[in-house]
Write a protein that binds this ligand. Structure first.
Ligand SMILES: [Zn+2]
Length: 113
């Protein structure tokens, strides 16, 4: 059915248009953590009432084989990193959807032979 192929091509094009530029993507997830300077008398690090300094931001990236790389992120770079993480997730999601459409297109092409 030619119609179905046209529909699939249109849907795929729509997804391709939503694709973030690959130059922006970053893997991993952003974690926050409080840190202790442990200087005597520091009110932030007081054992009872202090919560430590921060939060500091860490980009945690799984390298496989249970290895994780942790990269501290300066607060002024946090927004940019978050945008890049979202772009990566968006790209993966779109790739899966495009691949699924390509699979349907393949089936359609075989049917039309
Ligand atoms: Zn402190």
């Amino acid at each position: 059915m030619k119609d179905k192929t046209a529909q699939l091509l249109a849907a795929r094009e729509k997804l391709v248009q939503q694709m973030p530029h690959p130059s922006t993507v970053l893997p991993g997830s952003l974690l926050s953590r409080m840190v202790r300077c442990n200087k005597p008398g520091c009110r932030f690090c007081d054992k009872e009432t202090g919560e430590g300094h921060g939060p500091i931001w860490i980009l945690s990236v799984s390298l496989g084989n249970r290895q994780v790389r942790q990269v501290p992120i300066p607060v002024e770079m946090k927004k940019e990193v978050e945008t890049s993480l979202r772009a990566f997730a968006q790209m993966q999601k779109l790739m899966k959807q495009i691949a699924a459409i390509n699979l349907d297109l393949l089936k359609e092409r075989k049917r039309q032979q």
